[in-house]
Design a protein around this ligand. Structure first.
Ligand code: OSB
Ligand code: MG
Length: 385
């Protein structure tokens, strides 16, 4: 495949949530998203969303300023240099090799890789799910509820259940945990219910989580600090409910370390990993994690980041992998997350099941005029073949 990248641009798109989303680390009403666009010498354009948040409260490098600095200073120049020296970048592995020397910057890297996957899909004419080894066209999905009060959470849960969703994830933090989870469980005894603490607990108060242990929860997500996988494995010994890692996992190596720790505690059946492709530098690493986890019988699911319809569509394609066992994050119960989205890719779930169509990432699904109207280009690098 004789391909060269002719241009890489970065766009910033402001997005307004239909309703505020609250977590232990704050409330967001608006977002400001970088999108990477790669253009090729044969006239293709690929798009990759970087699901940044407004600040680094969820984790390091998740904010747009950090992502833009990494792209502008290191990652895009590395791609340019690599192509100049090798003549072409003709594959995902070559692209990843070009910036592999950059430590961290997982979100920034993921946007470049996603744009390239979009190009590969257009060139081969294969939908992303197929390129990634997917076998399932239909699978269950759930919603993530970020409410501020118990009443609000119950209201959103009711809307979701009425729409047919069978899996709910509720945001918790110290003091907003046992009661809200118990209420949701009481109202919806049959749903798959999981909670997400976004690293709000410490050694001093994690025992509060034991009050959740009799609520038949599917999992408790990321209770402790992101760089403390060891401590997560230790509290997992004392909880019947599986512990799920989100913020702690940036790579296959992190997943391997977690599995080794839980295995040592004889608790591998109580480790679950939330795979967010952008949090692990992209889909290639995410595939490696999914395969590894399945080998180890560690259950996985695909988490969201309040993604636009474009990012969600890619994640839903990824959910076609048969190795991914648990339902992923679909949308807020209100339907789409944003007042206006970058593209109108239909992503409706029926009875809590999502069915992949043929059209996602064949190029045509992306609404370029709308994208250009909503955002602005903030960076551009022209490359020579
Ligand atoms: O921890 O899973 C998380 C949104 C932004 C940042 C972190 C998280 C979330 C969500 C939303 O829970 C999930 C979604 O996009 O559907
Ligand atoms: Mg999470």
């Amino acid at each position: 495949m004789q391909t060269s990248i002719s241009r890489i641009t970065v766009h910033r798109v402001p997005l307004r949530l239909q309703q505020p989303f609250t977590t232990s680390f704050g409330t967001y009403e608006t977002l400001d998203r970088p999108f990477v666009v790669i253009e090729t010498s044969d006239g293709l354009r690929g798009v990759g969303e970087i699901p940044t948040l407004l600040d680094p409260a969820y984790k390091a490098e998740v904010d747009a300023p950090a992502v833009l600095t990494s792209l502008r200073e290191f990652i895009v120049p590395s791609v340019e240099r690599f192509q100049r020296e090798r003549g072409q970048i003709d594959s995902i592995p070559a692209l990843r090799e070009s910036y592999a020397w950059v430590k961290g910057a997982v979100f920034a890297k993921s946007g470049v890789e996603a744009a390239m996957w979009d190009i590969v899909a257009q060139r081969t004419g294969e939908p992303l799910w197929q390129l990634w080894g997917g076998e399932r066209r239909t699978f269950p999905v759930g919603v993530s509820i970020g409410g501020k009060t118990i009443a609000q959470v119950l209201d959103l849960a009711e809307q979701a259940v009425a729409l047919g969703y069978g899996r709910l994830k509720v945001k918790i933090w110290p003091g907003f945990d046992e009661e809200v989870a118990r209420e949701v469980r009481r109202c919806f005894p049959d749903v798959l219910l999981q909670v997400d603490a976004n690293s709000a607990y410490t050694m001093a108060n994690w025992r509060r989580l034991q009050m959740l242990d009799d609520l038949d929860l599917l999992l408790i997500e990321q209770p402790l600090f992101e760089d403390d996988i060891v401590l997560h494995s230790e509290i997992s010994r004392e909880l019947r409910t599986p512990v799920c890692l989100d913020e702690s996992i940036h790579s296959l190596r992190d997943a391997q370390a977690a599995a080794a720790l839980w295995e040592r505690n004889d608790a591998l059946d109580r480790l679950i990993i939330n795979i967010k492709p952008p949090r692990v530098s992209g889909f290639a690493e995410a595939i490696a994690i999914a395969l590894f986890c399945q080998e180890k019988s560690v259950r996985t699911w695909i988490g969201g980041m309040l993604d636009s319809a474009w990012g969600k569509a890619m994640n839903l394609n990824f959910n076609g992998l048969p190795e991914i066992e648990l339902p992923g994050d679909h949308f807020s119960p209100g339907g789409a997350y944003f007042v206006e989205d970058v593209t109108e890719t239909p992503l409706v779930a029926e009875s809590g099941q999502f069915a992949l169509g043929d059209g996602i990432s064949a190029g045509s699904a992306f609404d370029w005029p709308r994208f250009e109207r909503m955002g602005e280009m903030v960076y551009r690098m022209d490359l020579n073949a």
